[in-house]
Design a protein around this ligand. Sequence first.
Ligand SMILES: CC(C)(COP(=O)(O)OP(=O)(O)OC[C@H]1O[C@@H](n2cnc3c(N)ncnc32)[C@H](O)[C@@H]1OP(=O)(O)O)[C@@H](O)C(=O)NCCC(=O)NCCS
Length: 313
Amino acid sequence: MISYTIVSNPTKEKYWKRIYELVITAEKWFNTPNDYQIWRDGFGEDFTLFIAIDDETDEAIGSSCSTHYRAHDGSEFLTASGMLFVDPAYRGHKIGMALADKFSVGCPNRSLIAVPSMSKKYAKTYGYDKIPEDNMRDIEIKVDKINLYLTLSPLVNASVRSANEADWPKIFEYDRKMLKYVQRDKFIKLYCTQPHSYYKIAIDSSDNIVGVCLVRCNHEMKSIYTGPFYAETPEIAENLFLSAVKEIPDLSNFDEIRLAFYKTSPTLEMLKKFVNDEDLTNTHFHYIQFTKEIIQLPTSVLYSVTENDCCYI
Ligand SMILES: CC(C)(COP(=O)(O)OP(=O)(O)OC[C@H]1O[C@@H](n2cnc3c(N)ncnc32)[C@H](O)[C@@H]1OP(=O)(O)O)[C@@H](O)C(=O)NCCC(=O)NCCS
């Protein structure tokens, strides 16, 4: 019998450090050492990281998290949950379900992104049984398979550049448009300006935002993750993606670049411009699941989701 305690938002840094090391090695999840700080600072009291700690060793052995989103009038909108993980050495002792009990509390409508093997369990045991057909897929592309030297046709009435301080109010406005009633202003700015990340925005001739693309680099994993990545047209998407990836100064040190999107997203079509068909096959499936109501996703402009621990787009 394992004796453990689940704590909320622990302040000892070693717990997140341990979970981070475990998830990147055991699960190959794209997390970064910065995540916990950004979640805490970005979402404040609306975010909780639950950590299961072995009472004997004082080591973190599992995690889950939940983020409560509000509508602009302050009313409850959605609880997004994620990060459900148990150290492989401790699995099969109901620690996972104790962590899921913690994250499955909050707004009447709750969501998570499930690996296929856990999808039915979440639906049956926790009520995440509203599952859109438009499920999520992830792709990993080898960096050396991307044609970075392609000359794209110049954009008509739009340009791509780095964001400056004055752009943020417009970026927030654009992000809120994607999320409908959900706000994540503080989080999104911290997230898109974190170390080892490269962020590009597309602006039209009236100075409106018409796309954004962030790439984040994890040197330990030799991996790059893309998102949030939205664009109003495929041409804008191509320019944003190429420009963000080319900004990575040590790109040749990385093995792969990842994107996560929905079945109806135009991502694969767009990527065909830079990558041969046979190098676009490394996909995995996930399911987005809700407890009360499926939230419609803006998939026609959604090329890669921000992340899937606190966000679903
Ligand atoms: C999923 C995970 C957190 C479960 O942790 P755990 O402590 O071993 O799980 P529990 O002992 O609480 O088992 C709970 C139940 O889930 C089932 N279960 C556990 N892992 C499962 C899996 N990968 N697929 C399907 N069912 C699973 C168990 O059979 C058990 O069912 P029962 O209550 O009907 O007997 C753990 O396996 C893990 O970290 N996996 C890798 C990360 C992951 O896939 N996370 C989920 C992302 S959506």
